[in-house]
Design a protein around this ligand. Structure first.
Ligand code: PEP
Ligand code: MN
Length: 338
């Protein structure tokens, strides 16, 4: 952390700032220039509240130099994290993974048809929500554990790994036998108690970016899981809320290279929630791969117009197959395989 003092700051004001910095547990290196004094904090700066120093008399601005997250930072694992699953599939590394499935698990026929399609298309992961965070309490809320049993059976029959959203701590144990990866949804990205609990779990966690979260906030949320000892965290860009109304959310493609630069954690692109529109899912999936995403998450359904949730952004099975073919062309162009 750097504290730049105003040109007119008095010695007394400078001393007060130095004392406050020392009280916060850091060492202070003072540089006295011809017109301005700069105070650099060295030591444990991650937990410092910058605002506290900004308000002190004589301070011009306060700037953070080291990231407030440690375990999620690129420097912690410069080579990048590769999350490995029981069937040998990986997220991170050179090969791009594909996670596909319905927004919500609906019935046996639906989930078995989708599992066969995911397998045939060459993807390794299937998704399906059983606990659905719906904007309206009157909308379909998901089948719960019986739904997960169905998805697990369908996934097993096709050698696929399962990803499903956990909404609260009490669901973790019951979900454990049926999911290979816990998804934390956008609405729960800052449910810190849930994140801490998932830090104790020994299964990968797919952490989605909050609807109004900055990339730094997403990385700080991942830190809650990592600091519990669970290093298998996968981040997900799923669009953020902006003033643009043409799409359901604004898919922040730039977040992908930004995360790659700041963190060692794999990053997934979710063009389904990112756009909310079926006709825009494939273009944005391709953009995400071109931008360096480690995986793509897409919602697919045999009959999206009849889907219990998120039908408008859900690809038909043949659209998904076509997309897979296109991604196989793009991946090698950016030095990856699929
Ligand atoms: C989902 O994946 O179906 C979902 C609800 O995602 P998000 O949390 O990104 O809205
Ligand atoms: Mn959905």
């Amino acid at each position: 952390m750097i504290v730049a003092m105003q040109e007119k700051a008095t010695e007394e004001q400078i001393d007060i700032v130095i004392d406050a910095m020392v009280d916060s547990g850091v060492n202070v290196h003072r540089t006295t220039g011809a017109t301005q004094t700069i105070l650099a904090a060295v030591g444990p700066t991650a937990g410092l509240d910058l605002g506290k120093f900004e308000l002190l008399p004589g301070v011009l601005y306060v700037h953070r130099i080291t990231a407030p997250y440690k375990l999620a930072g690129r420097a912690f694992r410069p080579e990048g994290t590769v999350v490995e699953f029981a069937n040998g599939a990986k997220i991170g590394g050179n090969q791009i993974a594909v996670i596909a499935g319905p927004c919500a698990i609906e019935d046996r026929e639906q989930i078995f048809t989708i599992a066969a399609c995911v397998k045939a298309a060459g993807a390794s992961f299937m998704r399906g929500g059983a606990f659905k965070p719906r904007s309206s309490p009157y909308a379909f809320q998901g089948l719960g554990i019986p739904g997960l049993e169905l998805m697990y059976e369908a996934a097993q029959a096709n050698g696929l790994m399962t990803v499903s959203e956990v909404m609260e701590i009490s669901q973790i144990e019951a979900m454990m036998p049926f999911v290979d990866c816990f998804q934390v949804g956008a609405r729960n990205m800052q449910n810190f108690n849930l994140l801490r609990e998932l830090g104790q779990v020994r299964k990968p966690v797919l952490l989605k970016r909050g609807i109004a979260a900055t990339i730094e906030e997403m990385l700080l949320s991942s830190e809650y899981i990592l600091s519990g000892g669970n290093y298998d965290v996968i981040l997900c860009e799923r669009g953020i809320r902006t003033y643009e109304t043409s799409t359901r959310n604004t898919m922040d493609i730039a977040a992908i290279p930004v995360v790659k630069k700041l963190s060692h954690l794999p990053i997934v692109g979710d063009p389904s929630h990112g756009t909310g529109r079926r006709d825009m899912v494939s273009p944005m999936a391709k953009a995400a791969v071109a931008a360096g995403a480690d995986a793509i998450l897409v919602e697919i359904h045999p009959n999206p117009d009849k889907a219990a949730s998120d039908g408008a952004q859900t690809l038909r099975l043949e659209q998904f197959e076509k997309l897979m073919g296109e991604l196989r062309v793009i991946a090698p162009a950016v030095g990856r395989t699929l």
